[in-house]
Design a protein around this ligand. Structure first.
Ligand code: PHE
Length: 432
């Protein structure tokens, strides 16, 4: 109704001079008119100019007197010439009194203008206070129409079928509208262990199966030549009580750059470096990304992370390895472990590690381990009496067990479950 009044009036008139008067004349609430003007102005149906006026409004006390009459007049008129007792006076009901204060207050209440002296007197008695009145003067805007057009946000099949689409006016994009608030800020359980530590994500290393090879640069240029020769020797002819593989070892194959398929590439480089100095016992650990050319399913990804560790010392045995793995996994809350004999070209003996997944209700492989073979260690130059126990664990699988996640793709990769990350606590303190 207010909108029709404004648009309708402007159809035949140039201007609404004062929204206050306009509202009063039509008996419409001024606030309602103001809201309509603001909205019409936003869509440029009208141009609106601010008007400000200093006005007076009644205080609570002023309002009381405007309703009940001023106290002094009531008292004065209630006292007859001969006097009256207080009890009688209180019982008296005054009628037909002329109460100027009350009248003035009523006039102000209705927005009428009263004389400056009266204003001063009422203000001194704190019956009125000043207030800035805000309104508008309004003219037609560039988009003026006697009726607001309905703007459409979506084009529907019905619009096409009925031919309506020709007339439809579309709502304009509001480029300054605020976007949805961001809900990010929680930590991904893996990135806490990895990206936040600024670990590099790629290192070329070597493997033969299921591997992503690099196209540029396709080969490596720098290898320690004497070590390369000892490696060739052990592959082709053996040594250190090994018979070797008895085949033609090819340098070109060894030179190929690839995305590492396991963090054991890191261990081997570190052990080689260690072997260049006089021997000292060492422990090495790495957490890093590895790449395998695999079919992706609920427990396999082509890119994942491994946690690798090794202890290098004299007199180590398989018992030490089993002990370390038990300790490591039980601190992650995984006490149900099984070890299974396995085969790796670089370890003997080798053991696969399984942990019981409560969700899957089955044993899940979480890692692989073993004692590095002399065929690996001796060409590096490590002393004969030195053993290396080592393990390479998936980071994702134990994480799945720990957090009860049954699809690895929810945890890492392009299908990662953002909801899961958002719901996650910002950090996790200690695991009993
Ligand atoms: N490289 C092995 C894997 O990726 C793990 C491993 C590391 C095994 C060290 C033995 C010793 O599964």
């Amino acid at each position: 109704m207010a909108e029709e009044a404004v648009l309708g009036y402007l159809k035949n008139n140039d201007e609404i001079k004062d929204s206050g008067d306009f509202a009063a004349e039509r008996g419409i609430d001024h606030n309602e008119i103001v809201n309509v003007i603001k909205s019409l102005h936003g869509f440029r149906y009208v141009d609106a100019q601010d008007i400000k006026r200093e006005t007076w409004v009644l205080t609570d006390e002023g309002n009381t007197y405007a309703t009940l009459g001023s106290p002094e007049i009531q008292l004065m008129l209630a006292i007859p010439p001969e006097g009256i007792s207080r009890d009688e006076l209180q019982a008296e009901k005054v009628e037909h009194v002329e109460d100027r204060v009350k009248d003035l207050l009523l006039q102000i209440q209705q927005g009428q203008v009263i004389g400056a002296d009266d204003i001063k007197a009422l203000k001194a008695r704190k019956l009125i206070v000043p207030q800035t009145w805000k309104g508008y003067s309004v003219k037609k805007g560039p988009n003026y129409a006697p009726k607001r057009k309905k703007v459409v946000t979506d084009l529907t099949r019905e619009n096409f079928q009925s031919g309506e689409w020709k007339e439809i006016e579309f709502k304009e994009y509001n480029y300054s509208a605020k976007g949805q608030p961001l809900e990010g800020g929680s930590l991904h359980p893996l990135f806490w262990n990895f990206d936040s530590l600024f670990q590099p994500q790629q290192h070329p290393a070597r493997d033969s199966h299921d591997t992503f090879f690099l196209e540029t640069p396709s080969t490596t240029k720098k290898l320690p030549e004497d070590y390369v020769q000892r490696v060739k020797q052990i592959h082709e002819f053996g040594g250190y009580e090994s018979r070797g593989y008895a085949y033609d070892w090819k340098r070109e194959e060894a030179n190929k750059n690839l995305l590492r398929t396991h963090t054991t590439a890191v261990s081997s480089r570190m052990l080689y470096q260690l072997a260049q100095k006089p021997f000292a016992p060492k422990k090495y650990f790495s957490i890093d990304r590895v790449f395998r050319n695999e079919a992706v399913d609920r427990t396999h990804l082509a890119e994942f992370h491994q946690i690798e560790g090794l202890v290098c010392d004299q007199g180590l045995s398989l018992r030490d390895l089993i002990g370390v793995l038990h300790d490591f996994f039980s601190r992650l809350g995984m006490t149900k472990l099984k070890f299974k004999p396995a085969y790796n070209p670089y370890t003997e003996p080798s053991m696969e590690i399984f942990s019981y997944h409560e969700g899957f209700k089955k044993w899940v492989e979480v890692g692989n381990s073993g004692m590095f073979r002399p065929e690996m260690l001796r060409p590096m130059g490590l002393p004969e009496d030195v053993q290396v126990i080592a393990w390479g664990l998936s980071l994702e699988r134990p994480t799945m067990i720990m957090y009860g996640i049954d699809n690895i793709r929810d945890l890492f990769g392009h299908k990662v479950d953002l909801g899961l990350i958002k719901k996650n606590s910002i950090c996790r303190l200690g695991i009993e």
